[in-house]
Ligand binder design. Structure first.
Ligand SMILES: Cc1ncc(COP(=O)(O)O)c(C=O)c1O
Length: 417
């Protein structure tokens, strides 16, 4: 697979210019697109790059319940700015466990889950892989394709990575046989990074039966599941259903790692709210794991920030707030689902060559359109439609007003010889 390490010239300690040897790094593919979109002055431009929710007016959205609870946190005279514990806010961590593993999970009761608050999902991945590197340093298997930052985070943690063939370009669906075949040859003790739901970038998830096959091969090869959950609520619209894989693996007795993010499902992007969970076989081992996890966190960021976690904790530990959040999340995910249907309808109405059924078959934030890098380039340069060159489209950037123009633009690039 592609090596992510940048070629560097040698550092020359006798040179007067200490940093001269450093070569220009490429811009981040996702943030790079956001910048190009901002700089574009066209009034027909569409941002389908970034995975952040937009309203039908193309505006960023702050959940009403978050606004309310943020005011409560800021005005609470009992709170101060003292450091949080290294592993973060206790109430938040407990709430995260319940949301991920279920209100009545026996693993919570038996102290088998070690949880630490992290800087969003990325922070949880970074802390998790740093822990892996130090304590269970196997090869890491990642889906092909995956979120580009996965590869970088794993590489920076100093772990070897291999790809399992997740996406089948022919069916535009999950390549279950290929994945099982690949994992059945993985070295024992390898780590398998699995997207819990709403796979990024493909929008393709295994069915419940397919998850069981993945669990089976993980058991047989003694592979360690490392789940990444960045879109709970966005696949089926139901927060319980969306974490089926994690709860099933827990039920099957897996010891595993889970990274959890609230950036998307609470819209807390810049507050950096997330958690890492490590499921062990018993309470004593949990205590030892936690003591080591704390050293990992202490050396990366010392301890996490408080405001976002305090807000999230108010949602996760209070039934009324929780229900209000779930309702609002349904509205948000509902708009995205509606945009899938609308885009497919427009493409069909315009008789755009090809089959576009996968747009409504795929789930979550993204559609893996099947457009080629050249067609994506043309969409951007000529039609001011910004998306990843892999053909990944963020459905949140589509609105009832721009969907027709988008479909016409897609038609134009698909028909271009
Ligand atoms: C698959 C996946 N994992 C993790 C993350 C991390 O999210 P954050 O660090 O913003 O919480 C993202 C964000 O786009 C993602 O798509």
């Amino acid at each position: 697979m592609q090596k992510l390490q940048l070629l560097q010239n040698q550092f020359n300690p006798t040179s007067d210019d200490i940093f001269f040897h450093i070569v220009q790094a490429p811009p981040d593919p996702i943030f790079g697109i956001a910048n190009a979109y901002k700089a574009d002055t066209s009034n027909t431009k569409i941002d389908l790059g970034v995975g952040a929710y937009r309203t039908d007016e193309e505006k960023p959205y702050v959940f009403e319940i978050i606004k309310k609870l943020e005011r409560e946190v800021v005005n609470d005279p009992t709170l101060n700015k003292e450091y949080l514990p290294i592993e973060g806010l206790a109430d938040f961590n407990k709430g995260c466990q319940k949301l991920m593993f279920g209100q009545n999970s026996p693993l919570i009761a038996s102290g088998q889950i070690v949880t630490a608050q992290c800087l969003g999902g990325t922070g949880a991945l970074r802390v998790g892989f740093e822990f892996v590197k130090r304590h269970i340093p196997g090869d890491v298997y990642v889906s092909k394709p995956t979120w580009s930052n996965h590869n970088q985070v794993i590489e920076r943690a100093g772990l070897n990575q291999f790809e399992y063939p997740y996406f089948d370009p022919k069916t535009k669906g999950f390549n279950c046989a290929g994945t099982i075949e690949c994992l059945s040859q993985a070295r024992m003790g390898s780590i398998v990074l699995l997207h819990v739901c709403a796979h990024n970038p493909t929008g393709v998830d295994p069915t419940e039966a397919e998850w069981l096959q993945i669990a089976d091969v993980c058991k047989k090869r003694r592979l360690v599941p490392f789940f990444d959950c960045a879109y709970q609520g966005f696949a089926s619209g139901c927060i319980e259903k969306d974490v089926f894989a994690v709860r099933k693996f827990a039920e099957l007795g897996f010891q595993m790692i889970v990274a959890q993010s609230f950036s998307k499902n609470m819209g807390l992007y810049n507050e950096r709210v997330g958690a890492v969970h490590i499921v062990t076989s018993n309470k004593d081992i949990s205590a030892r794991v936690l003591s080591n996890l704390k050293i990992v966190i202490r050396t990366i960021c010392s301890n996490p920030p408080a405001i976002g976690a305090r807000i999230a904790a108010k949602i996760l530990t209070d039934e009324k707030n929780f229900n209000a959040w779930v309702e609002e999340l349904k509205t948000v995910t509902g708009r995205i689902i509606k945009m899938r249907t609308l885009l497919k309808q427009e493409l069909d109405n315009l008789k755009v060559p090809g089959n576009w059924d996968h747009i409504t078959r795929q789930t979550g934030f993204f559609t893996f359109t099947g457009l080629t890098p050249e067609q994506c380039d043309l969409l951007t340069k000529q039609y001011h439609v910004y998306l990843l060159r892999s053909g990944r489209m963020s459905m949140a950037g589509i609105t009832s007003k721009n969907v027709r123009y988008l479909a016409e633009s897609i038609k134009a690039v698909v028909q271009k010889k």
